[in-house]
Design a protein around this ligand. Structure first.
Ligand code: AHR
Length: 515
């Protein structure tokens, strides 16, 4: 007969005896084995709307303070948020992008049409050097998305040689000619983006054969040091994952997954980013929670073919997709960002943390001025969105050991539907600090949560902060940029050396550090 651990016994007791104490977080504090890959806190920047131009890049001659063309305020804010990895140049754009157009003297760079995003003319001012130098400034890993949809194996392998070779070979010499002696040693390479859609409209069988070819050649040119990420499924297309994982070329170390939250009834009716009714607050959170099911079901398929979990699930596009702000240019996807979106971010990051054995990277879409951005700009003004603060508060989980936990939570009910009112994750950093993050999704009610550490004690809560807002749809506008901002949090009580009680305000997330 299987023996129960102290943790399981405590769980049973909690379920049986504490019927009236509905909200309880039990942490198996001695059982941390898996490290939360910091790349779960990654971002994505596409040549789309004002993400790159007018967002990250303003050019050296701009009146907006910049460092070699990059907006100084943005560089500082991204560093402060501890951005670990940045995906570029797309998205759909990547499968129309030819990297050689974006190198060399600016006045000689070829122009191209940005067919997917507004049909604007891309002048390729921001290319490989500008992107990789940005990553160096930010201290983050670059993640390059190669063109499989309209490119070729030759184009991809030449790009790898250009970025990573230190030998006397043609592409490395071209790089030197363009002013960069040392290779950048790019580690992450995406082999196709949405190959089932804008990246070529392929079937999984067709894609997996292409992947074999691209991946083998990327492996050879990358001297096997590159971590290749194969194109994975659109949302719940489990067949795609099954086909790719079954045939999995030996050299891929990740498979992507894309899932966007649409609070409205569908792509044609997404709902507004601000001023929305409460039903869209609820449906946004409800639909974001589907990420848990997606991660678990795709992981189960991956487990079948890769029980040792050598291939990471890389959720390299996620976030809420709403209507654009009034006046946005066609195809620019500029949306505001409310406290609801911050809660979507925190509950999603909890899901990734809690599945850190399989989820090795995630990239919220997109960094600046596009979809669920962490930063918005207008002229020389910059706004840090509520989502920005989630990433900043959650940075404590980066590369920390996940502590397995069990959350027992009451429901948040709305209009006859219900979701768990709480979300959480717990980790221990290299200095022995335990970080607990808890989100209360209920917009109308604070919730008292008991936290029980099993197998460890703590002396004190060293620090704590909270992010909440006056209304369920509050946001930071250019004229009122500090409506939603983290502040110190005091509403907790140490019960004994292993337990704590936290009163989490409505529509809020709290991060506590215990030692
Ligand atoms: O993030 C916007 C777009 O959404 C990306 O370009 C594409 O990959 C996805 O469909």
């Amino acid at each position: 007969m299987k023996r129960l651990s102290i943790f399981s016994c405590l769980l049973l007791i909690a379920f049986a005896a504490n019927a009236q104490e509905t909200n309880k977080l039990i942490v198996d504090a001695n059982q941390g084995k898996v490290v939360i890959n910091k790349n779960i806190y990654g971002h994505f920047a596409e040549h789309l709307g004002r993400c790159i131009y007018d967002g990250i890049w303003v050019g050296k001659d701009s009146k907006i303070p910049n460092t070699d063309g990059y907006r100084t305020d943005i560089v500082n804010a991204l560093k402060d948020m501890k951005i670990p990895v940045l995906r570029w140049p797309g998205g759909c754009f990547a499968d129309t992008y030819h990297w050689q157009d974006g190198i060399g003297p600016l006045n000689k760079r070829a122009k191209m049409m940005n067919y997917h995003w507004g049909g604007v003319v891309e002048n390729n001012t921001f290319g490989t050097h500008e992107f990789l130098n940005l990553c160096e400034m930010l201290g983050c890993e670059p993640y390059i998305s190669a063109n499989v949809g309209s490119g070729s194996v030759v184009e991809m392998t030449q790009w790898i040689e250009y970025m990573n070779s230190d030998k006397d070979v043609p592409m490395a010499n071209l790089r030197r000619q363009n002013g960069r002696e040392k290779p950048w040693n790019v580690k992450y390479l995406g082999v196709g983006n949405e190959s089932w859609g804008c990246g070529g409209n392929m079937t999984p069988d067709y894609y997996v054969n292409l992947l074999r070819n691209y991946s083998e050649m990327a492996g050879i040119y990358g001297q096997w040091k590159l971590k290749q990420i194969g194109c994975g499924a659109n949302s719940d297309d489990y067949n795609w994952t099954d086909v790719v994982m079954k045939e999995r070329p030996g050299s891929i170390s990740g498979l992507s997954l894309h899932y966007y939250t649409i609070a409205g009834s569908g792509w044609g009716n997404k709902s507004a980013a601000t001023g929305f009714e409460k039903k869209y607050y609820f449906s946004g959170l409800e639909k974001a929670l589907k990420m848990n099911e997606l991660v678990e079901k795709h992981s189960a398929i991956m487990d079948k073919y890769d029980p040792k979990k050598q291939v990471g699930l890389m959720v390299d596009e996620w976030g809420i997709w709403t209507d654009v702000e009034p006046g946005t240019e066609k195809g620019f996807l500029f949306q505001q960002n409310s406290i609801r979106d911050a809660l979507i971010a925190s509950l999603t990051l909890d899901i990734f943390n809690n599945h850190a054995d399989r989820v090795k990277m995630a990239n919220i879409a997109q960094t600046i001025n596009v979809l669920q951005s962490v930063i918005l700009t207008q002229g020389n003004k910059m706004v840090l969105t509520p989502t920005y603060y989630v990433f900043k508060m959650y940075a404590v989980h980066q590369d920390a050991k996940l502590l397995p936990s069990q959350l027992i939570a009451e429901d948040y009910e709305f209009d006859g539907r219900k979701i768990p009112a709480l979300s959480s994750s717990v980790s221990e950093d290299q200095n022995g600090n335990i970080h607990v993050s808890v989100t209360n999704l209920n917009p109308d009610k604070e919730i008292v949560l008991s936290v029980e550490l099993v197998g460890k004690s703590f002396e004190q809560v060293k620090s704590a902060s909270v992010l909440t807002a006056p209304e369920y749809n509050s946001y930071n506008g250019f004229d009122a940029p500090e409506v939603v901002k983290p502040v110190d949090f005091k509403n907790f009580k140490k019960i004994n050396s292993s337990s704590l009680q936290i009163t989490v305000p409505s529509k809020a997330l709290v991060v506590l550090e215990m030692k």
